[in-house]
Design a protein around this ligand. Structure first.
Ligand code: C5P
Length: 232
């Protein structure tokens, strides 16, 4: 636990692999999202896994329980280390997902829930989704439902990590994007924290994309993230 996950937000395999080729001495934990997965298919997961990386497959499943169970059952064959779904699919869907993901020997990848996307504002929730409660309350309720359904954690802002741990226990994982170096660009992320601050706030994994992938020296940026996040 306590690891830096690099978001491999590249449009194709050639770009993703040439980025990974820069790393000679370490094998970063990487996040493969929809863009790369949909452009290259499951082989990209197998190939990166075979290179020795841990993989967070970020496909955010959300469908009827039976369909999610079947899809997770396919994903378990890809041998990823972490994957996710939308808590908004409900507890039955989350429990079905866990069943689908569990291998015959009882092991399974970590399963993490997305609560409300960070792009969802309270206004959107009220007007488009007809959810009247405050956003914070909804996020915490979804986190608790994910925990009660047996999931391992949630994706959230580092700023929410403490509250999630207080409500769901310290072993319930917080996987937190929105992390930037103190002297770096924020890009389109609004509420950001540094790797060191994310550690202090209790994040278990930080997800960093552009501050590493678009750095002049990505290996140096990755090492800086690891060192700040680990506090060493
Ligand atoms: O480049 P950057 O560090 O902003 O990348 C963050 C990664 O985390 C992206 O892949 C983005 O899609 C993902 N993410 C996020 N905020 C969320 C959920 C996922 O930034 N709430």
């Amino acid at each position: 636990m306590k690891d830096v996950i690099v978001a491999l937000d590249f449009e194709n395999k050639a770009k993703a692999l040439s980025f990974l080729d820069l790393f000679k001495d370490e094998k970063p934990f990487v996040k493969i999202g929809m863009e790369l997965f949909y452009s290259e298919g499951p082989d990209i997961v197998r190939e990166i896994k075979a290179r020795g990386h841990k993989i967070f497959l970020d496909l955010k499943l959300h469908d009827i329980p039976n369909t999610v169970k079947s899809a997770m059952s396919v994903l378990k064959g890809l041998d990823v280390d972490m994957t996710n779904l939308h808590a908004g699919g409900g507890s039955e869907m989350m429990k079905a997902a866990l069943e689908g993901l569990t291998r015959e020997d009882g092991t399974r990848p970590l399963l993490i829930a997305v609560t409300q996307l960070t792009s969802t504002s309270e206004e959107l929730m009220h007007n488009d989704l007809l959810i009247e409660k405050p956003l914070k309350e909804v996020v915490m309720h979804y986190a608790k439902t994910a925990k009660e359904s047996g999931l391992d954690g949630v994706v959230c802002s580092p700023l929410e990590a403490g509250e999630v741990h207080a409500a769901c226990g310290k072993n319930f994982l917080t996987v937190t994007p929105g992390v930037r170096f103190a002297d770096g660009e924020k890009g389109d992320q609004v509420r950001v924290t540094t790797p060191a601050r994310a550690r202090e706030l209790g994040s278990d994994y930080i997800v960093m994309g552009r501050p590493i992938t678009r750095a002049e020296d990505p290996v140096k940026a990755f090492r800086r993230a690891v060192s700040e996040f680990s506090g060493k």
